[in-house]
Design a protein around this ligand. Sequence first.
Ligand code: NAP
Length: 259
Amino acid sequence: MDMGIAGKRALVCAASKGLGRGCAEALAAEGVDLVINARGAEALEATANAIRSAHGVRVDTVAADITTEAGRADVLAACTQIDILVTNAGGPPPGLWSDWERDDFIKALDANMLTPIALMKALLPGMITRGWGRVVNITSGSVKAPIPQLGLSNSARAGLTGYVAGTSRQVAGKGVIINNLLPGIHDTDRAIALDTAQAKAGGMTLAQARAQREASIPAQRYGTAAEFGAACAFLCSQHAGFIVGQNLLLDGGAVNATL
Ligand code: NAP
């Protein structure tokens, strides 16, 4: 299926690795020019080179922390006429409900709620003026079913979800479509970090922790960044114009719910 977005320009945040990279690659495969971001310049440049040589699109890079005001200013300065925005950043650390103080919540809110909101606020006006835009926020399955050890993520991402529910309906009439993608467990560095924490907590090897988590998923495996990217490219496509303010769960069936 032709996604109809060749020649569009996308900003994909936190995209040197993992799910962000999967989204950047899938958009590039559709002929979308990219601005990609991550903090570490070396991995970012390596990813940009790989995407340029695989897909022949323009890829600009900005090494910056997207969760800071200064980092966002650097990234936005490199952006002209962005049609597609994919928001993403690292997830908050695991812990217990009783561990977190106000500053921990402020940090999580900054990274996983206020940063995507700031990026949308900066880029939606241009999309509205041009009459076309797509935004995909990478959130988490924790929005549908809370993950006990990820209370900071449960909280911050729920706040973003509420903002998107209201905002998406205010801009859809202008041709600007906002949706959220909710990853369950995917095979990325983040999954390895969470496996490692689970192995430590349960006195298991890393392989045992992974096998235990895989067994909890009806698909019996972790998702891949390529599968995730393909879903993102569809939500950014011409075909997604009637999908507004939705939360698409990509979790191999892990959340056991009818709706
Ligand atoms: P990942 O494999 O660890 O990749 C994270 C990417 O984001 C890297 O490119 C990293 O590069 C970049 N990054 C991290 N913090 C950043 C920041 N402050 N500013 C700019 N770039 C930043 O993680 P992932 O698995 O793709 O996860 C992406 C998001 O999905 C996270 O929020 C995670 O919590 C969420 N999620 C993941 C899963 C999963 O199973 N993988 C499940 C549910 C939710 P640098 O470190 O160089 O900045």
